[in-house]
Design a binder for this molecule. Structure first.
Ligand SMILES: [Fe+2]
Length: 683
């Protein structure tokens, strides 16, 4: 071995990893080691690559009598570790639940590296592979997959197996650079098999873990302590497919809701079963566990050289007041939500700037009223009142109405005096605009928990009996339309600054969507400013699956979501309702034929959408080049059980959308091509 090539890797001033630069280490020979995966049962991982660095991660807990306090890290350009390129040491302790983060520096851009961890007894982790980002000047294509929503406790992570299988089959220069995980890496809400002997809505419960403490609500449990949150990550990371994926590619991660609380906001815990409680402590625990198990270039403000997460002391305190921007200034809340900042920007050469936001920690409380619910129509809400309530006192240019006309009555506007709904919060929104404005890459890609695109249908056009109860003055039926004011501010900025190459990649919806982003839809001005792709979940239940299990066969509005066929199969007509409107869905029910259904579509419902699938699982694959961005949706069947096939099981479809890089004053356009399978009810 050429010892002169061995370099020490130093602690970053920014992230502060547990790395020492001991004299004499460089003169040691490569470590003789025996691979013992049982001692590193959460595997290895890498995260947040730059052109010359990447964070390496493992966990080596005490196992029986075998306690390790120190790890040697070895990095090589070959999987056999014939030559050691670099290395260092890291310390382990219970303070970080025996996890370790190590910043590998001085690497070359867009290169493969292999790494492993060896404890003081000579026991080694499995070998991990990682890839650095492109150099600043590079025009080379950037390839990554984006994923979300995985739960090995109630499904199988076959999508990762397929991703690995396909990547291994590709020529070296066409392999993935990284995996972008958009959150719901864990599901904190947990159903135990003993309380749910028939499973959870048709899913088999594996009972992979029990919370050391936990809190029972209804028929499920929520985490309470730091150890409860750590328990989730430990159990999830024992999944073989997730573990293989983390060992193969660097992951770039943000959290969605379930890393902290099902339907929480700021530091409030909100969950099903009517659970709603201040949870400043749990927010800090959730942040700490995420930091410990997800290798990421993220910062604890005021603690730039941390080796361990410094958990601030907080007291669970009700948030009683919210300021102009929907933020609670209750001191414990501010401490908890600022205990870790994950918003950041990563870059891959001249093609990709990746902007990442935290869509939950600064989210305003929902001030809308149930007075405008339409119980006859499940899973939708009326457009007009919800827009007024979303904008709060900023509606209609800061001139909201005193009452809202709904179903022929004037109902007092409950949000006339309150803040608009926001998920970014004022400070982060400002940060995002500054970062976006400063982007120089051709493609400005926003890794966004849940995406910005509106989904709706024209229930106002329902004929006869079916239409009888859609309220007058309600406008469209909104299926998904979140935070229009944040969207307006951001999209106005993109238009005014003449930003091109804007692309959103999202998750959370447990559905595939592809389309163009626009501040408004008809009858307001439809003005595409970028492209957006939402990926289906890795494994968590889709809305189609949930409705199949829970919606009554004789529900009068069933046709808008599901169409039963004579052979017992069910068509996800909910896709058609969102893409083409209600008349297309009724025509599909009558004829069974998508072409006839499309022939009567309402072009105003969704001029922005080119694919909607409320029933698909899998992942998205982005390729960004100097003049084109393409996104492949790789859709697999419901992952009830782990596939024993090396490709992870069958494929449902593969559809690609391509867009050429548009110029200032041009509108982006999407081209669709079906590569495999039959997505006929999704387009
Ligand atoms: Fe999810």
């Amino acid at each position: 071995m050429n010892l002169s090539r061995r370099k020490f890797l130093q602690t970053s001033f920014f992230v502060g990893f547990a790395i020492t630069t001991k004299k004499g280490w460089a003169n040691k020979l490569p470590t003789q080691a025996i691979e013992r995966r049982d001692l590193f049962s959460q595997g290895v991982a890498s995260g947040d690559p730059t052109a010359n660095s990447v964070i390496l991660w493992t966990r080596r807990p005490p196992v029986k009598d075998s306690l390790a306090k120190k790890l040697v890290v070895e990095i090589s350009t070959t999987p056999e570790f014939k030559k050691i390129l670099a290395g260092g040491t890291a310390h382990l302790s219970a303070d970080s639940d025996w996890t370790c983060r190590f910043l590998a520096k001085d690497l070359k851009p867009n290169r493969e590296y292999w790494y492993r961890f060896i404890d003081e007894h000579g026991f080694a982790s499995r070998t991990g592979r990682t890839i650095t980002a492109h150099s600043k000047e590079s025009d080379a294509p950037v390839r990554f997959t984006f994923v979300c929503c995985q739960c090995p406790n109630e499904g199988a992570l076959n999508a990762y197996r397929r991703m690995i299988f396909e990547d291994e089959a590709k020529p070296k220069d066409q392999r993935l650079n990284f995996v972008l995980h958009l959150g719901d890496f864990i599901y904190e809400v947990t159903w135990y098999a003993e309380d749910n002997p028939n499973g959870n809505r048709g899913r088999r419960i594996r009972n992979l873990y029990k919370f050391p403490q936990g809190r029972k609500v209804s028929n499920f449990y929520l985490p309470v302590t730091l150890d409860d949150y750590r328990t989730l990550y430990r159990a999830y990371l024992e999944d073989p497919d997730l573990q293989d994926a983390r060992a193969r590619w660097p992951f770039v991660c943000i959290w969605d809701n379930h890393e902290f609380a099902w339907a929480g906001f700021q530091s409030q815990y909100v969950a099903g079963g009517g659970y709603n409680a201040p949870a400043q402590n749990q927010k800090v625990f959730a942040n700490q566990a995420w930091w410990e198990f997800i290798p990421a270039m993220v910062q604890q403000p005021g603690n730039p050289r941390l080796e361990h997460f410094k958990a601030p002391a907080v007291v669970d305190t009700p948030m009683e007041k919210f300021n102009e921007e929907g933020l609670s200034e209750e001191p414990n809340n501010l401490i908890a939500i600022n205990s870790l900042k994950i918003q950041r920007v990563l870059r891959w050469g001249k093609n990709v700037d990746l902007l990442l936001t935290d869509n939950w920690s600064f989210r305003s409380p929902d001030m809308s009223s149930d007075d405008f619910n339409v119980p006859e129509y499940p899973r939708v809400f009326p457009q007009v009142p919800s827009e007024i309530m979303d904008y709060g006192k900023h509606y209609n240019g800061d001139n909201p109405p005193a009452t809202i006309r709904f179903n022929g009555k004037d109902i007092p506007n409950p949000t006339k005096e309150v803040h608009a709904q926001t998920y970014l919060g004022k400070e982060q929104r400002q940060w995002f605009l500054e970062q976006l404005g400063a982007c120089t890459a051709r493609w400005k890609i926003w890794g966004h928990g849940f995406g910005t695109m509106e989904l709706r249908s024209d229930y106002q056009n329902l004929p006869g009996e079916l239409g009888a109860k859609w309220p007058k003055d309600a406008g469209y039926a909104e299926i998904d339309n979140r935070f229009p004011r944040d969207r307006e501010i951001i999209f106005d900025f993109i238009r005014d600054q003449k930003i091109t190459g804007f692309c959103v990649v999202g998750g959370d919806r447990h559905a595939f969507h592809a389309g163009l982003v626009s501040k408004d839809l008809p009858p307001k001005k439809f003005e595409p400013l970028g492209v957006e792709f939402i990926t289906g979940s890795i494994s968590q239940q889709t809305l189609f699956e949930v409705l199949e299990v829970t919606m009554k066969k004789d529900h009068p509005k069933r046709v808008l979501h599901l169409i039963d066929q004579p052979d017992g199969k069910v068509i996800p007509s909910m896709n058609v309702t969102a893409l083409h409107g209600v008349l297309s869905t009724l025509k599909l029910k009558e004829t069974g034929d998508m072409e006839q259904a499309r022939a009567v579509r309402n072009p105003d419902v969704a001029p922005h959408l080119s694919l909607v699938d409320f029933g698909g699982h899998g992942y998205g694959l982005v390729t960004a080049t100097i003049d084109q961005l393409s996104t492949e949706f790789v859709c697999i069947p419901r992952p009830f059980e782990r596939s024993d096939r090396s490709d992870g099981g069958p494929l449902t479809y593969r559809v690609v959308h391509r867009t050429r890089l548009w110029k200032t004053n041009e509108a982006p356009k999407l081209e669709q091509e079906i590569l495999e399978g039959d997505p006929r009810y999704c387009i």
